[in-house]
Structures are given as C-alpha cells and as structure tokens.
Design a binder for this molecule. Structure first.
Ligand code: TXA
Ligand code: MG
Length: 535
C-alpha cells in the first residue's frame, strides 16, 4: 500500500489539506495523525472492516480494545448507555485533554472496537489537528497509538513514518506531540475511580476534582487484567532495557558499573540520564566515544520534559544499534507515575539495584567477576589469571576483582606448563597450584566479564553459550585495542614465546583495569582521583 504524507500546520488551520484526509477516514481508510499525547492511527469507529485493518496494520492482538476519539463532548452520548455525574465532572474539568474514560457501550459501537468488552474507552484529544480531522470526518475515530505493536509509541511524524509506512493510507505530519506519554485511562464505574493506565493527566489532578482515586496495580494473578493492554509486552525497543533504582547518586553509581561491564565486553550502550546525573557519565563517554550514547531526558524537577523525550529516547536505542539500554528512574509524582510505568514495562522487570552498602557503613566496594579463557588452560589463561589479580590490586583498588581461568578444550587437572610458571615467577607470582579446568555454563553465569585470548575462543563460547554472548570479549576488545589482535599460543615454542605472551597479557590487562578504574571510581567527576594522588 502506498502511504500518502500530508504535512499540515500544527494549529489545524490547513482546512483544505485536512478535508481529503477526513474523507479517507470516513470512508474506511487508515489515517495516522498527531494528538497532544502521542501519534495515533485512526479508522472510522462505526465501520468494523476499517477497525479490523488497524489491528492488521499494527500487528496488534485482537483482544486489546481501542480508544474512540471524539472532537466534542456531545459525540459521546450515542456511543454509551449513560453518562454518570462523575463522568460529567471530569469531562468538564479535563476535556479536551489526555484523559480516556470508560463507559458502558451502546449498540452503535462495533464489538471489534472494544474487543468484545461491554465498556468503551473514549477521549477528546486536545490537539487542533486531531480535533479538526475528527470534526471534518463527522464520525467517531478509533485510534490506538501509531506504533507497531509492542514498540514505544511515536511522538513525532518521523517515528510514525518508520513504523507505519506502507501500512496505512495517510500519515498527517503535524509536528511533534507535546506530552509524550499516552492518555490516562480512568474507570469511573465503581465507588472509587480507578486509573487503569497512568498517563498524561496526573493522579494529583484527578484527585483534586474527584477526591479519592486509586491506581490499578499491575496484572492480577487471577481473572482478566483491568485493562487488556496491561498484559502485553510494550514500549520495548529491540535491545533489552534495564531500569536502575535507588537515590539519584546510587543510580549513577550502579548504572556506571553496569555500563562499564557491557562496554568492556565490546557492546554498544545507550544511557537514558536525568540532567542532574549527566556529569556522572562523562568519564565513560570519554573512554567509549563510539560505543556509548548518553541521552539527556531532562531534569528530575521537570518531568514534563522527561515525558516528552521518553519514547524517542527508547527508540533511539534502535537507531544507534544499541545492544543494551540502561535507564535511570524518576520520582513517581505528577507525570512521573506514567514515566515509571512505561519504563518498568519497557524493561520487563529487569532492574539494577544500588550497589549494596556493607553493614559497617564504609563506602561499598563494588565487585566484578572476571573469567579468562584460552584453549587448554595451562599457558595463557592461567598466566592472565595471576597477572590480573595482581594488576587489579594496584590499578583499580576500588573494585573487588574476582578472577578465574578456564579452557575451551581443557583436560581437567593438568598443571600450568613449566614455561608459564617461569614467566610469571619473574613477576613474583606463583602458578604451582594451578589445575586446568574446562569452561562450563556455570562459569559463564558467574562471570560479569569473560575475556578470551583470541577471536576463535570468543566464537566458541558464543556458539556454545549464546545466552551469555553479551559478556564475552576478546582481550583486544576489552583493552580498548591496547592489545592489537589475538594473543597467540606459546605452547611448545619455548620461553621467549611465553615471555612475549606474558608481556602482551600485562599490557592488555593493565588497560582493562585502567578502563574499569577510570569509569567506575570517580564518583564526583574525578574527586576521588585527587584524593588518591593526595595520599
Ligand atoms: O493518548 C492516547 O491514549 C493514545 C492517543 C493516540 O490517543 N492512544 C493510545 O491507544 O494510547 P492504545 O490503543 O495504544 O492504548 C489504549 C489503552 C490500552 O491499554 C487498552 O487496553 C485500553 O486503553 N483500553 C481500551 N479500551 C478499554 C476498555 N474498554 N477497558 C479497559 N481498557 C481499555
Ligand atoms: Mg499503544
């Protein structure tokens, strides 16, 4: 299907351009358009075939009902059985605006719109283009958010185009949506009004008019969810999203360590940061200018700004090819309730907790488990193991490094070779107790970072244990290129080859530690560094 693009003035004054769009809508076509919350994709709500096409275009599950949009409050009456006093109260207070209300549906509303439910969700958007378009169409318009099912809602024409090009008849470009999160869905049928989906209208605003208002808590373990949309994976870009919790300072600290682990493993990382915490990621950015993107969502005190940038922020992950997205949390007041709800759902429960404080209140020493892997676990990786323990103590004392070594094809219980023992003995290190071991899934699950000697080792591990591939990096990658390529196997080549391998390992592992230290230790933009040098 060819999608026509119609660019209009955001104030809805381009009547001549909107008339043909409204005509397409009225006759059963699909038209995407801006609202004050997010872009929606609309169909004539009174034409079941047209409404069905929305589900197809979005890949939306059939049992997730749509919101019917009207351009004036009078349009509600024919669609519903009755309008309660509470409904009139909030409609007068908040319409047009980001508030969707549930009513008992009349027979005029086709069951496909409400996914067979006895209730219909209705809202009057506060956007001149949406209002004018619906008004001109002269019919109620069923319109979900204009994203492909499961993805973050689009807040700009460009994001709408990316998802729906070729799937709808027209996309109306009316500039960016203002609010950035979807409408608040409210059930006012019971004695206490209940928010089914927090959104652009805050709980505090609703309470100021309705008194007591409760927020539905997630999905009940039994029975249908209060709002069918709550059970679906949602707002999710391609890369996994991790949500960091705790005080702003704790968040910055835990997020930095988490980001460093991924970056050391050669992954591309997107951080969604509050304005206040931006400086905390400056050192990370300096170290990984290519593979790290830090996106400023906005100040913690300006949640409207954060909301308006949230979905484009999540979508930015796809655009930058991020392997992982790490986001800060925001206070759950005002729009923050909706922001946190979207972030929690985008992350699907993946949270990063603050680095635990030990009981005696001294600053926590974060720990990192590093697994070193070669083939036989008798030469390179055992040398690397003792070297890294030693270098770690000197180079990054703020981090507790736990180190182990394994082989991809190790015969169990073999000692390190004599040459390996001699090479590290020159550094005062002892390998006489070493026993070789084959790498196992348990080792990979233990490790935060797995460093292999060669690309081939990495490939072997990734093939054997694909679910841990995100942790595995070659020494060359983990050291940021300090080691040029593979650390070649000295086995059988005599002492000089072992000494070369040892020196290469030293350079590489020192660079790894240096990177860990620089990105995880300067809590206040290098303040600790000054402390260290002052000692
Ligand atoms: O801001 C918005 O609400 C945007 C713009 C385009 O208006 N629309 C939007 O629609 O977010 P959609 O389809 O993406 O989300 C509608 C939500 C879903 O969670 C759905 O389950 C819920 O409203 N919903 C719709 N009808 C319902 C009903 N009868 N009972 C309970 N929940 C309902
Ligand atoms: Mg949606």
């Amino acid at each position: 299907m060819e999608t026509k693009i119609v660019k209009v003035d955001p104030f809805g004054r381009d009547e001549s351009l909107l008339i043909p769009c409204a005509e397409v809508l009225r006759r059963g076509g699909l038209v995407a358009f801006p609202t004050e919350t997010v872009y929606g994709v609309g169909a004539n709500a009174l034409m079941p075939e047209a409404v069905s096409r929305i589900f197809e275009a979005k890949g939306r599950p059939q049992d997730n009902p749509l919101i019917v949009h009207v351009s004036r409050p009078e349009a509600v009456a024919p669609l519903v059985r009755d309008i309660s006093k509470a409904a009139i109260l909030v409609m007068e207070a908040f319409w047009p605006g980001p508030l969707t209300l549930l009513f008992a549906r009349s027979d005029l509303v086709p069951p496909v719109v409400t996914a067979g439910l006895p209730t219909v969700a209705i809202r009057m958007p506060d956007h001149p283009v949406a209002q004018r378009l619906i008004d001109l169409a002269g019919v109620p318009v069923a319109a979900p958010s204009a994203n492909l099912s499961g993805k973050p809602s689009p807040t700009t024409f460009e994001d709408t185009l990316k998802d729906l090009k070729g799937r709808v008849d027209i996309i109306v470009d009316g500039g960016p949506s203002g609010i950035g999160v979807e409408s608040t869905v409210l059930d006012i049928s019971g004695p206490v009004p209940k928010i089914l989906r927090p959104g652009g209208l805050s709980l505090e605003d609703l309470r100021s008019v309705l008194g007591e208002v409760e927020v539905a808590s997630g999905i009940p373990s039994q029975g249908p969810p209060p709002s069918p949309g709550m059970k679906y994976r949602h707002y999710a870009p391609k890369a996994p999203v991790f949500l960091v919790i705790g005080s702003p300072e704790e968040q910055a600290e835990a997020l930095r360590l988490h980001a460093a682990k991924h970056l050391l493993a050669g992954k591309r990382v997107l951080i969604l940061s509050s304005s206040e915490n931006l400086p905390a990621y400056a050192a990370l950015k300096e170290n990984w200018p290519e593979s790290l993107t830090v996106l400023e969502l906005g100040p913690r005190e300006d949640l409207a700004r954060v909301a308006s940038r949230l979905f484009s922020g999540l979508r930015h992950g796809d655009e930058t090819g991020a392997d992982v997205i790490l986001s800060e949390s925001f206070p759950e007041k005002g729009l923050g309730l909706a922001i946190q709800n979207r972030l929690e759902r985008a992350s699907g429960g993946r949270t990063i907790k603050p680095i635990a404080e030990p009981p005696h209140k001294s600053p926590a020493r974060p720990e990192m488990n590093v697994l070193l892997v070669c083939t036989g676990n008798t030469c390179r990786s055992p040398m690397a193991e003792v070297l890294l323990r030693e270098i770690g103590k000197a180079e990054c004392p703020e981090i507790g490094l736990n180190v182990m070594s394994r082989g991809t094809a190790a015969a169990g219980g073999m000692p390190a070779t004599q040459e390996a023992m001699r090479a590290v003995a020159e550094r005062g290190l002892d390998l006489s107790e070493h026993k070789s071991r084959m790498v196992s899934e348990k080792d990979l699950s233990w490790a935060d970072l797995v460093i292999t000697m060669t690309k081939a080792h990495k490939r072997t591990l990734v093939e054997r244990y694909p679910s841990y591939s995100g942790k595995v990096a070659t020494l060359s990658e983990a050291s940021g290129g300090a080691v040029g390529g593979d650390v070649s196997d000295p086995f059988g080549l005599g002492d000089p080859a072992y000494l070369r391998a040892r020196d290469e390992l030293e350079v590489g592992l020192r660079a790894v530690c240096e990177r860990i230290r620089r990105v995880t230790s300067n809590r206040d933009g290098g303040k600790q560094d000054e402390d260290r040098s002052g000692k």
